[in-house]
Structure formats: C-alpha cells, structure tokens
Write a protein that binds this ligand. Structure first.
Ligand code: FAD
Ligand code: DLZ
Length: 510
C-alpha cells in the first residue's frame, strides 16, 4: 500500500509528523509550487523566493536521504495549479491509495484539505503538527470558561510545561516571570546594532529570484538584496549569529524604533521558524543556554523566550480556537479602506514611510513598527480589519494567517472586543517620539496637534478616544485617557476633533 506524503511550503522540517511513519522505499513525497498558494494573497516577492528556494533545497535533502520526491516547480502554464490537482495527478500516476499530510497552518487550506478524501476518493490522514509547544486541545482546555485570555498566564503554563528558565524547585529563574519593565529603552545609536545575518544566494536561489521577477512582477516588494537563509543549516547559523551578536541587547531595545537601522537587535528568525527551518523549542533552549552560560542577561533572554513560548503559541491557540468566525470580527465597526500609501510608502509621516519602505525592501519590519506605527495608524484611522489584515498577510516573509490574523485583528485593531488584549495599543505621536528618532526629521511637528504641520497621530488619537467612549470609558486601563480628554477645554476638544476629521477626509494626502 503506497502513500503520497504531501509536504507544504511551511512544513520544511525533517522530523515532520507526516514523515514519521512513512516508508522511504514505498511512499512518495509530493511537494509543489502552485499558483493557488503563491497567489491567494499578494505575497511579498522575497517571501516567494524564500519559500520556493527553501522548498527546493528541502526536496533535494529528502532525495539525498533516500526519499522519492515528486517536486513541481512553478510555471504559469503548469496543468496543475492547486495542491489538490497535483495530488490528483500523482494518485493517477502512482496508484497510491492514501494521502498523508501534517495539519496545515491556515483555515483556508484546512477547509480544502478536509474535503480531499471525498474529492480525490482516497483516505487523507492528517497528522498533528508537533512543531508547536502547546497542542490545540491543550490550549482549548486552558481557555475554557475564560471571558478574556491573557498571554501572561498562558506563558507561565508553558514555562512550567517546558521547564524553560525554571529552577529545580519550580520557580522562575531570576525570581520573576517577566522582565518587561526593563525592556523599554530608546536606542540612540549605542551600542551599534549588529549587521543582520546574511547568506548570498546560491544557484537555486538565483534561479528562483529570476522566476519570481518574471512571473510575480506585480507582487509587493522587491527581490533585490535577497539574503535570507533557505536551508536548515543556514537558519541554524542565523540563530547562532543572533545569540552571539544581538540577544545581549534584545531586551533593552526590544521596543525601540530607529530612523536608520531596520533590524536593531531583533532576531529575524520568524521567517525560518514559521516555515519549519528552525524548531521554536530549540530556539528557546539555545537562548536559555546563553543566559546560563553568562552570555546574555535575563531581561533579554526571558523577553525573547516570552515572544516565542508565550506570544507565538498564544496567538496560534486563539486562531484555531476561534476560526472561522474570528476573521469576520469588527467590533469597533470600522469602515475605512486602507490608504494607498501602505503599498507605496508615499507619505510625509516619516515613521510610516520608514516602516513601509523597510517592509517593501526587506519583507520585514520589527514588532514595534508593526504594532505602534503601521498598526497604530490603521487603528486610529478606523481601517476595516479585513483590509489591514490583507496587507499584513501580504507584506512580510513570516506572514501566515494563523499568526498574522490574531496579531492584527486582535492585538492591533481590537476588533475582537478585547478577547486577546486588555486594551487597544492606541498611541499619539508622543509615543513614537519617545521610542524613536523619526520625529526630528519629519515633515510634521510632533508637538502640535492641530494645524497643517501637526503630527496626524495626535488628533487622530483623540478622535479615536472620543469616538470609542462607549467601548472603552469603563475599561480600568483607559480611565486615565478619558480623564485627560475630559479635562481639556470644550474649544480644544472641538478643535482636535475638527482637525482629525479634516485628516480622515484626506488620508491619502498625508
Ligand atoms: P523578534 O523580535 O526577534 O522575536 C522573536 C520571535 O518571537 C519571533 O521570531 C517570533 O517567532 C516570535 N514572536 C514575537 N512576537 C510575536 C507575536 N506577537 N506573535 C507571534 N510570534 C511572535 N509574526 C509572524 O511570525 N508572522 C506574522 O505574520 C506577524 N504579523 C504581525 C502583525 C502585527 C500587526 C504585529 C503587531 C505582529 C506580528 N507578528 C507576526 C509578530 C512579530 O511582530 C514578529 O514575529 C516579529 O516581528 C518577527 O521578527 P523577529 O523574528 O525579528 O522577532
Ligand atoms: C506561502 C506559500 C506559498 C507562497 N507557496 C506555496 C506553494 O507553492 N506550495 C506550497 O505547498 N505551499 C506554499 N506556501 C505555503 C502554504 O500557503 C501554507 O502551507 C499554507 O498557507 C498553510 O499554512
């Protein structure tokens, strides 16, 4: 009885559950670059290069390990442009009588796969994705009966489960679960940020770059200066580079934003973790080891581990708990379209221009740019969650629905009514001024709230606060904002609202 083992573009892990019980003499691995997956969103060109090249390298490695691999390279004229069509063709060609795959990461594809046994007429075995630390049912059990979910408490459970940064007597290393209060420094150029890890494109990657330039020219971004790792070995080298050069300062400057440095002290590992080239638990263990051996301080290591063990696992749990309804949530009733400058970077708001331009060049922006710049602006401007989610899904090399959607719809847009986050991350220009050096070179003046030169974030912030009084005034974490707003004179409030409305009418011109 021969099986087809389907491996998806974000399942490039040699210990993948679908391979576990497979027989390399009998079974055939199927991997395919298909139009349906490459085009369900306007994927950044660098994400396409990363995935196609990493898929090709992975297929080669499987073949070298003795597997038979059917690998379809992308071509617009291929007769089979969906995974289902490729599998149908392979079933006919091989007479295989079963498909085995590991559960996929997106609801969209999950729905299709659940119909394959009927549509293709063979059983489809879906193995659990063991590359996450929490199982889906484990998360659902933890979430049961809770009105709101808080990452911090889930994170502590994960610390206990894995023993990461835990002492032998079950208490957190360093005496605290969380060192976030130490992690809010502004970066003023010192210590210098390390150069990001880079791999020069090999022949396979160069071929893929040419393919993407030829056939995906209308997709967002550029293939220029592609330097991501595309193999597990190189992704491992990227991890070592991060631990040696960036991790020691990761905590201190975790929330910083720079006008000149795209990557600061971030790890740039999400593209690799999310497509399977790095194992999240192994990444956390390597970081913990750096603390035990005195190579990085606890605030950095704990802060980094929390992002993966806490946030990454938490958002994945929420996604599978609440889909498909979650994607339709819009509790703040937003109706505005996404301003076009999200695609061009063509805006005089320097922070927005810088974040979007880095995104266009790198298929990367760090967390605070995503949350407090492009995300914050969409929240303040009242952009439809679906529109801003589509943008985030398209523009980053690490973007997959399971991780993008809760981050954007829940964390940034508060469109789930606060299920994921206790308060919206709305902020005026003052926050961006405090955490970055953008404002000094901006067309707008961060100290002004009304007038043609006023920083748009300022009046839009107060407009947001004012228009959502019914949603937030009773939130204990927001009372201070309402008190500050109500303390201002009626004239001042009216002026701010009028100015914000003027801006909202001409967002495209900002
Ligand atoms: P680092 O800052 O070095 O953090 C280390 C690791 O922690 C990351 O590699 C990532 O695996 C994990 N991590 C950190 N924060 C989060 C988080 N909030 N959710 C999940 N994992 C996290 N992350 C994605 O992987 N894909 C996305 O599509 C994505 N979209 C986002 C959209 C918005 C609006 C926001 C606010 C955050 C989003 N994130 C997403 C989370 C986070 O911004 C990225 O994981 C991070 O910027 C990746 O860069 P890094 O590897 O240098 O991360
Ligand atoms: C993201 C992506 C892209 C761009 N292309 C492919 C592809 O051609 N073939 C494939 O198997 N997977 C691809 N992927 C990853 C899938 O879209 C991903 O597996 C699902 O979205 C589930 O997370």
């Amino acid at each position: 009885m021969a099986n087809l083992i389907l491996i998806l573009g974000d399942q490039l892990t040699d210990t993948l559950s679908a391979l576990e019980d497979a027989d390399r003499q009998r079974d055939r691995v199927v991997m395919a670059e298909v139009h349906d997956e490459a085009s369900y969103t306007n994927h950044h060109k660098k994400k396409l290069v990363l995935l196609f090249s990493a898929m090709r390298h992975f297929a080669r490695r499987l073949e070298a390990d003795g597997w038979t691999v059917h690998y379809q390279r992308y071509h617009p004229d291929n007769p089979h442009q969906s995974l289902e069509a490729v599998l149908a063709d392979q079933l006919a060609a091989t007479g295989a009588d079963m498909i085995i795959t590991t559960e996929c990461g997106e609801w969209r594809l999950h729905e299709q796969i659940s119909q394959w046994h009927e549509r293709l007429g063979v059983p489809v075995e879906i193995c659990p994705d063991t590359r996450f630390i929490a199982r889906k049912d484990e998360f659902a059990d933890w979430a049961k009966g809770k009105k709101q979910l808080r990452m911090e408490f889930f994170y502590r459970e994960m610390r206990k489960k894995t023993g990461l940064l835990m002492t032998a007597d079950g208490t957190p290393e360093g005496g605290q679960w969380n060192f976030d209060a130490d992690n809010r420094k502004k970066w003023t150029g010192k210590p210098p940020a390390p150069a990001p890890f880079r791999v020069e494109p090999d022949e396979v990657t160069r071929e893929v770059i040419a393919l993407v330039d030829e056939h995906f020219g209308d997709h967002f971004g550029t293939t220029e200066d592609f330097h991501f790792a595309v193999t597990a070995d190189d992704a491992q080298a990227a991890l070592v580079h991060f631990i040696d050069y960036a991790l020691p300062c990761f905590g201190d400057y975790q929330d910083a934003i720079s006008d000149t440095e795209d990557w600061l002290f971030h790890s740039i590992l999400s593209p690799y973790i999310n497509c399977g080239l790095l194992d999240p638990l192994a990444v956390c263990e390597a970081a913990a080891q750096a603390w035990y051996s005195g190579r990085a301080p606890i605030n950095a290591v704990e802060g980094f581990i929390r992002q993966i063990l806490g946030w990454r696992e938490f958002v994945r749990g929420i996604y599978w708990l609440l889909m498909p309804g979650y994607a339709k949530e819009n509790r703040l009733g937003n109706t505005r379209d996404l301003p076009w400058f999200y695609w061009t970077g063509d805006t005089r708001m320097r922070c927005m221009h810088k974040a979007i331009d880095a995104t266009r060049r790198n298929a990367y922006a760090h967390h605070i740019q995503r949350l407090m710049v492009t995300g914050n602006f969409a929240l303040l401007a009242g952009v439809r969650p679906e529109a801003i989610c589509d943008w985030y899904l398209a523009v980053y090399a690490d973007a997959y629905d399971w991780v993008e959607l809760p981050n954007v719809l829940g964390m940034v847009m508060h469109a789930d009514g606060g299920y994921l986050g206790s308060k919206p991350y709305a902020a005026s220009g003052k926050y961006i001024q405090r955490m970055s050096d953008h404002c000094a070179g901006c067309h707008y003046n961060v100290s002004e709230a009304t007038g043609e030169k006023a920083c748009p974030f300022n009046s839009l912030y107060w407009h947001f606060i004012d228009r959502h009084r019914a949603d937030f005034a009773k939130n204990p974490r927001m009372t201070m904002m309402y008190r500050n707003w109500d303390r201002q004179s009626a004239d001042k409030r009216e002026g701010l609202i009028r100015h914000a409305e003027h801006l909202l009418e001409r967002l495209e011109q900002l």
